[in-house]
Every structure is written in structure tokens, then in C-alpha cells.
Design a protein around this ligand. Structure first.
Ligand SMILES: Nc1ncnc2c1ncn2[C@@H]1O[C@H](COP(=O)(O)OP(=O)(O)OP(=O)(O)O)[C@@H](O)[C@H]1O
Length: 615
């Protein structure tokens, strides 16, 4: 990490020497434009590329920065450098305000967010144009003194934008490698699941948005000085956000350096054609290249080559490095070495290791038991209504410390809904959730995860662009354990070994079979070091042999002290594993107690057992 950052700074310092080497100012202008677009594209990518919240409003934040400097320096005669903090702060505040409202609304994701940010651009442009900020004629900055940083004014402006580009590169790099970046990539893949796994999605999106807007604002402030004359028509032109998006997509949005490559390529190409007096042909060429890249390299230039890399000579290095437990694996790496070097023999053969036959991992730390049989989870009058469906109707339930509680009921009786509500995936409609004596009613899902609740999904929902190892280590970082990154990777290896998935550590979820995907769900839940594990039909769809493996695995999880709620239709597993069962029907709890007793209950027989079709 330090080497990459050092390399960015060294290259920046080398480029900073150009104004003293007598380079014609024309070239400084070209380099200025490259750096300028780099800042804009990189800053856009911090929110939109990493988290998937595509914004078409970057022009607004850039424009606010531009006008902040134009008004403060051009109209109020402030020294230029004193305007830059405001050029950063004002768009950041607008981003925060907008995000504070918009990021709370689940419906405003994807294209709606893109349209909303585009609308913000028009609103900002209209306000600026129709108030004394601009008022129509534009703002001149030709009387503003350029800070003397280099022998010439153009050299000084170039140095400022170069500094901004270096800082933005460092920020983009640091964010990607940090918890924030990993959380944003999880949001990109599945925001609801990310929240349930412990990622504070709202806060992370806000931070990313504010950072993105602030950097765009700085680019705007410097650009105001560069163009010397600021008009609303030029500033809030749709080509600004479009160009930024295209540059990022071309270079690759899932890598910190992708937008920088896209910005360099497109600016360089445009210059090449403009210099040859073929500006129109240049734009057409850029358009054609973009179409080709989107068709054949949908992950962008960097994404494409990084995806191919493990298949080449350095695959062994990538896999070997990541195979060292404790080595940090960031989401951007996405190493896809299906045959990655691993620790066990079976793993080397590329086979999943049957739990119990793998080399014994260091015993995974399980939740510590406190008072035996004390309730760990208590739900009181828990209700959940969807439009027209009362999925849960005043359910009262206790889960005791250290037990396996079977949650049974016919299809549609509310079992998954109960798990969804207790894990925070769905907000409740009524009632209370008490966990370990704390009232978690209405808490956001990431707080449920931090408190010690982990879950699996009936239909596995792994983060699609992250490897198996990254999926599991993310939960070790953000779940109840809240481990630092390197320790989280070590923890993930333990659970991969526990579930027999270590041979698939570097595979993407799409390359796993159903059995492996179900076990990935388990490994993820366990890596959180939860106090309560909610298992939603982990056995469905498995073969009888795989079911036996899973039963053995769940026993081992319980033996290590975890408390488990177990939704299952496979009756032999229910009988083999559960201490107690509760039965739901039409969202109501109809029976609870020891399995053998409850199975004789006439209401249970009528509602559930009387129905055929369970294994
Ligand atoms: N997101 C949703 N929107 C609308 N209705 C829902 C939603 N999720 C669940 N329901 C409804 O709530 C009721 C309970 O569903 P739930 O999935 O909890 O049942 P279940 O007992 O888990 O069933 P299964 O055994 O088939 O998984 C069903 O009528 C279902 O259609």
C-alpha cells in the first residue's frame, strides 16, 4: 500500500518539475486538462463507481466549486487560494444534504438516483443564473492574481491541478483499500445484504458522496481560474457529467486507477485529433471506442486486464499471496484463481473438503455462553405486514442461550419473514425485539449485526463481484467481531476451512455449486462471530449426502457454543438437531416445546405435518 502511494507522489513530483524545464505552455495546458478530468472522473468514481450509485449530477458539484471561486475571487476579490476551501465545502454540504434525504429512500436507487442528480444540476444552474451569483452575464476572473508557484501563470495553474490530481488519486486509492471502500463495494453488489452483514450503508454513502463532491468542487475552483470567464451555460453543460461517466467506465469503475486511465486516454485522443484539425473525427473516434469497450470490456480497460491476470503467469503469485492467511485481500483485487494454492491436500486437488475431514483448523471462536437457558433473543408481539398480507401476527418467542431452536411451519407461514425482521432486513410493523437484554426494536440492520445477530439467506445472496474469501472476510470485518482487515482475512480462512470451502477461496460465487453457495452463507454468518445465528433453510436443494454433511456442520457450530435458530423443512434434520421447536401458521405462533411433543399437537398436524412433501 505504502509503495503505491509513494509511487503516486513520486510521479506527481516528477511531473511538477515540468514548468522549470521550459516545456511550452501549450503542453502544460494539455497536461492541465488531463489532470482536471482525472480529478473529476476519480472523484465521481468514489461514490458512483465503488457503490454503484451512478450520479449524473457531478456537473452541479463541479459547477458550485467553480462559482464559489468565481464569486469570491472574481467579484469579492478574495485571494484565489482562500476560495478553494469554500469550493470544496459548498458542494460537499449540498451532497450531504441531498444524500441525507435520498439515501434513506430505498426506492431511489439505480436510474432514479441518476435522474435525481441530473435534476439537481438543472436546479443549481437555474438558481445561479437567476440570482446575483451570476445573473446572466457570467463572472470574469481575469483580474484575479494567480498564485506564484511556478515561473509562469499557466505553470502555476498546472501545478495546482496536478496537486489536486495527486491528492484525488491518493484519496481514491486509500478509500478503495479501506473499510469504507470495501463497504462501498458491498453496497454496489447488494446493499440490503451489506447492511445486514454490518456495513453502515447510510453513513458510508454519505461519506463517499461528500468526498466525491468536495473533490469535484476543488476541480471547479481551479478550473474557474484556468478559463478566466465562468458562465452557467458552459459550467452546467450535460457534457461534463457525461464525459466523467464515460471516462470512468472506459478505464474501469471497480478500480481506483480506472477513471485516471480513462481520463488520460480520452483527453489524449481528443487532443490528438484536434491537433490534426480533425476535432469532429476525434469525437466520433472516442464514441466508437467507447461503444467497443462497453461491448467487449464491460468492466473497463483495467477491469478487463485484471480479470485476465490470474490466468497468466502471475496467477500463482496472486493466489499464493492471498493464500497466506493474514494477507489483506481487497475487493478490488477480485482474484479469480479457481485452482488457487491452498493449504490442504484435498484443496490442492481442487475439491471441496468434507467438514470434519479437513485438517483441524484452530478451533473457531464461538459465542461465549453466559447463563445457560437465559433468553438471548426475545420477540414480543412481533408483527410484520406487507401490502395485504399479515406475514407475522403478534408473535411472542424466546430463544435461549446455547440452544438450537427449530422454526417450522407450512410455506408462507412467516418463517423467513421472522428471520428478516429479527436481522433487520425488513423493518417491523409492530412489537419489540430484545437481544441480550438490549432493546433493538427499530434498530438499523447493521446495529443488529454488531450486537451479535448473523443470518444466512434461503436463496444465497453472496456479493457477486467478490471472491469467496472476500465475501467471508468482509463479514468478519463488519459483523459482530469487527476485526481489522488483516485479522478478518485470517478469520475468514478459518471458516472456509471449517466449511470445506478453502479450495474455492479465490473463486467468484457464480463459479460455486448450490452446496458450496449454501456453505458460503454459513461461513459468512460464522465469520461474524455472532452470538445468534439465524439459518434459513440451509439444507433445501441439497442431496441426502450433502444434508448429512450440513447436519454435522451445524452440530459442530452448536458444540462451540453458538445459539441457533433453524428454519427447515427437512424433518430428519429437525429431529436430529433441535432442542425445541416453534411452529408458525399464517403468521401466528401455534405451538412450541420439545420436538416430540409438538409433533403430536393436533393443530400442528393439521396445519403442517398433515401436508405431504417434506423430506
Ligand atoms: N417482500 C414481501 N412482499 C410481500 N409479501 C411478502 C414478502 N415477503 C414475504 N411475503 C409474504 O409473507 C408471507 C410469509 O412469507 P415467508 O417467506 O415469511 O414464509 P415462509 O414460512 O418462510 O415460507 P417458505 O417456507 O415458503 O419459505 C407470505 O404470504 C409471503 O407471500
Amino acid at each position: 500500500m505504502k509503495r503505491t502511494m509513494l509511487a503516486i507522489v513520486v510521479v506527481g513530483l516528477l511531473l511538477a518539475s515540468l514548468p522549470w524545464l521550459g516545456v511550452p505552455s501549450f503542453y502544460e495546458s494539455i497536461l492541465y486538462l488531463v489532470c482536471h478530468w482525472m480529478v473529476l472522473a476519480l472523484s465521481w468514481n468514489i461514490l458512483s463507481g465503488y457503490s454503484g450509485y451512478f450520479s449524473f449530477g457531478h456537473g452541479a458539484f463541479f459547477g458550485i466549486g467553480m462559482y464559489a471561486t468565481a464569486v469570491l475571487a472574481g467579484k469579492l476579490n478574495w485571494p484565489f487560494l482562500a476560495t478553494l476551501p469554500f469550493a470544496a465545502l459548498l458542494p460537499a454540504l449540498l451532497g450531504l444534504l441531498l444524500g441525507f434525504v435520498v439515501f434513506r429512500v430505498k426506492a431511489v436507487r439505480g436510474e432514479l438516483f441518476a435522474l435525481l442528480t441530473l435534476a439537481v444540476t438543472f436546479v443549481v444552474a437555474t438558481i445561479i443564473l437567476n440570482t446575483p451569483i451570476d445573473g446572466g452575464p457570467g463572472v470574469y476572473l481575469n483580474a484575479v492574481d494567480v498564485p506564484k508557484l511556478a515561473p509562469t501563470a499557466s505553470g502555476s495553474i498546472y501545478l495546482m491541478v496536478l496537486a489536486a490530481a495527486v491528492v484525488t488519486l491518493l484519496v481514491a486509492y486509500r478509500v478503495q483499500a479501506s473499510r469504507l471502500g470495501i463497504g462501498l463495494f458491498a453496497i454496489h453488489d447488494d446493499e440490503d445484504v451489506a447492511e445486514v452483514m454490518g456495513v453502515p450503508t447510510f453513513r458510508y454513502k454519505l461519506v463517499a458522496f461528500a468526498l466525491s463532491c468536495a473533490l469535484a468542487g476543488v476541480a471547479g475552483g481551479i478550473h474557474a481560474l484556468f478559463v478566466q470567464y465562468v458562465t452557467a451555460g458552459e459550467t452546467f453543460n450535460i457534457t461534463v457529467p457525461l464525459t466523467v461517466v464515460l471516462m470512468s467506465v472506459l478505464g474501469g469503475t471497480r478500480h481506483w486507477a480506472g477513471p485516471a486511465i480513462g481520463a488520460t486516454a480520452i483527453t489524449g485522443l481528443l487532443y490528438f485529433f484536434t491537433a490534426g484539425d480533425h476535432a469532429v473525427a476525434g469525437r466520433a473516434a472516442v464514441g466508437a471506442i467507447l461503444v467497443l469497450v462497453i461491448l467487449f470490456m464491460p468492466q473497463g480497460i483495467l477491469g478487463h486486464f485484471r480479470r485476465r491476470r490470474p490466468k497468466t503467469a502471475d496467477a500463482a503469485v496472486t493466489a499464493g499471496e492471498a493464500a497466506k492467511p493474514g494477507e489483506a485481500v481487497t475487493t478490488g483485487e477480485a482474484a479469480r484463481a479457481g485452482e488457487a494454492a491452498t493449504t490442504g491436500e484435498a484443496a490442492r486437488a481442487g475439491e471441496a473438503v468434507i467438514p470434519g475431514t479437513a485438517r483441524d483448523p484452530e478451533p473457531p471462536r464461538a459465542a461465549a455462553r453466559t447463563t445457560p437457558s437465559a433468553p438471548l433473543l426475545e420477540v414480543r408481539a412481533l408483527s410484520k405486514a406487507f401490502k395485504g398480507v399479515q406475514a407475522l401476527d403478534k408473535v411472542n418467542l424466546q430463544v435461549r442461550q446455547g440452544e438450537i431452536l427449530g422454526l417450522l411451519g407450512p410455506n408462507g407461514s412467516g418463517k423467513s419473514t421472522l428471520i428478516n425482521v429479527v436481522s433487520g432486513h425488513y423493518p417491523l410493523s409492530g412489537g419489540e425485539i430484545l437481544f441480550d437484554g438490549r432493546n433493538l426494536t427499530g434498530a438499523p440492520a447493521h446495529r443488529m449485526a454488531h450486537a451479535g445477530i448473523a443470518r444466512t439467506y434461503q436463496i444465497p445472496r453472496p456479493f457477486a463481484h467478490m471472491t469467496v474469501l472476500q465475501n467471508v472476510s468482509l463479514v468478519a470485518m463488519f459483523g459482530c467481531a469487527s476485526l481489522p482487515q488483516k485479522q478478518a482475512v485470517r478469520e475468514a480462512w478459518k471458516w472456509l476451512e471449517f466449511t470445506g470451502l478453502q479450495a474455492r477461496a479465490h473463486a467468484l460465487p457464480e463459479d460455486l455449486n448450490l452446496h458450496q453457495r449454501k456453505f458460503l452463507e454459513l461461513a459468512r454468518a460464522l465469520a461474524a462471530r455472532p452470538r445468534l445465528v439465524l439459518l434459513d433453510e440451509v439444507l433445501s436443494g441439497l442431496t441426502p449426502g450433502e444434508i448429512n454433511e450440513a447436519i454435522e456442520l451445524i452440530r459442530r457450530i452448536r458444540d462451540q457454543g453458538a445459539t441457533i435458530v433453524f428454519v427447515e423443512h427437512v424433518m430428519r434434520a429437525v429431529m436430529a438437531l433441535t432442542d425445541r421447536i416453534v411452529v408458525l401458521n399464517h403468521g401466528k405462533l401455534i405451538a412450541q416445546g420439545e420436538a416430540a411433543e409438538v409433533m403430536k399437537d393436533s393443530e400442528v398436524v393439521n396445519a403442517y405435518l398433515g401436508k405431504p412433501a417434506y423430506a
